[in-house]
Design a protein around this ligand. Structure first.
Ligand code: HPA
Length: 301
């Protein structure tokens, strides 16, 4: 059986054969946010199905393309859609694209998602910078034998690794400052991950609030765990597509049902704001950066 590292290497070398772009920043686009990829300059679009070992999303609204190109002069690799554990994929499959982004040279990972709002001051359509997470999916992406060859950044690839600054303070600060420039309020929040695919019950949401969660969703934490295992710096952005079950929302009865179409519709509505924020942030991530991200910038072609 081929090990995950070798599979990720062969996926990365296939991608290198399709584009000479050496990405410094990897971006994973969640439900309803896939259109951001159309803003990549000089884009080369590779269907996931063409890339060796790449898992394919079965979820409506996840287009399934890896897009390589530039944003504001920075080489990027954008994943238009992701796979989730609730689709039946195992942890190695869910995190495989993130591993490949690391091997392609990304030093920063921007993960985005659609989430339900738990904190009642959040509104449908708001963008939140993830400050931390609570993983209630019942599993961990780094499960199994450790693979030290995934040490993409010096110090990465450890069996036990720190998660106390998983969502980089530096990147959160850049995002909040950029939102101020763009005249909207970007608050921070704790993202709690469930396995799904059922949405939560109101009792679960009450319990999650007690635990300290502001947002709930079915993705992200596994990608962030392997990104941190590799030593990447992470920025997480959630789009509040709906208030979570039982949480009052303006114009909506708490008994109203949550549906995936609503998630997609809100994504489309907030797309412009999201795109403006991320397009402005990408160059700052690299050029107003740490030593590591400055190294990543040298990769830009
Ligand atoms: N719960 C879980 N995942 C989600 C939600 C939600 O309310 N909205 C979007 N993704």
């Amino acid at each position: 059986m081929i090990d995950v590292f070798s599979k990720a290497q062969s996926a990365a070398s296939f991608i290198r054969g399709k584009s000479s772009v050496q990405p410094a920043v990897g971006i994973i686009l969640g439900s309803g946010l896939g259109n951001f990829a159309t803003h990549v300059e000089g884009a080369v679009r590779i269907p996931y199905g063409d890339i060796p070992h790449f898992p394919q999303s079965t979820v409506v609204g996840h287009s399934g393309h890896l897009v390589l190109g530039h944003i504001g002069g920075v080489a990027v690799a954008v994943m238009q859609g992701r796979v989730h554990a609730y689709e039946g994929y195992d942890m190695n499959q869910v995190t495989f694209p993130t591993r490949v982004l690391g091997l392609l040279g990304c030093r920063t990972l921007v993960v985005t998602n659609a989430a339900g709002g738990i904190r009642s001051s959040l509104a449908q359509g708001s963008i939140v910078a993830i400050s931390d997470h609570i993983n209630l999916t019942g599993t961990n992406a780094a499960l199994g034998p450790n693979e030290p060859r995934f040490s993409v950044v010096a110090g990465g690839g450890q069996r036990f690794f720190d998660m106390s600054d998983a969502y980089s303070l530096r990147l959160r600060t850049l995002a909040i400052e950029e939102a101020v420039r763009q005249e909207f309020l970007l608050t921070e929040g704790v993202y709690l991950a469930v396995l799904g695919p059922s949405f939560e019950t109101p009792a679960e949401i009450r319990a999650f609030r007690t635990l300290g969660a502001d947002l709930v969703g079915m993705s992200t934490v596994h990608e962030v765990i392997v990104a941190r295992h590799m030593g990447l710096e992470v920025l997480g952005l959630s789009l509040v597509t709906n208030m979570a079950a039982g949480v009052p929302a303006f114009g909506r009865d708490t008994a109203d049902q949550i549906d995936h179409e609503e998630v997609m519709e809100i994504g489309r509505r907030v797309e412009k704001q999201f795109t403006c924020l991320l397009t402005a942030l990408v160059p700052q991530i690299v050029f107003r950066g740490s030593a590591e991200s400055a190294k990543g910038a040298e990769n830009k072609s």
